[in-house]
Design a protein around this ligand. Structure first.
Ligand SMILES: [Zn+2]
Length: 61
């Protein structure tokens, strides 16, 4: 059975792992509270998505 004669050098390993970066989370402004929120998700600040309230926001003063 064929066995690799040498291991890959460090530059080849780093060239392969160059594309394994973590994808950045996309953020856009919420239309109702204008905080930065994920698109196509219920806003974590005001709890609305497409002009509907989905989550109760409890404000403690
Ligand atoms: Zn919002």
């Amino acid at each position: 059975m064929a066995v690799p004669k040498k291991r890959h050098n460090s530059s080849r390993t780093r060239r392969r792992r160059n594309h394994q970066t973590h994808a950045r989370t996309a953020l856009q402004k919420c239309p109702s509270c204008s905080e930065m929120a994920q698109p196509h998700r219920v806003c974590t600040h005001c709890g609305t998505y497409r002009d509907r309230q989905y989550k109760e926001i409890v404000t403690t003063v």
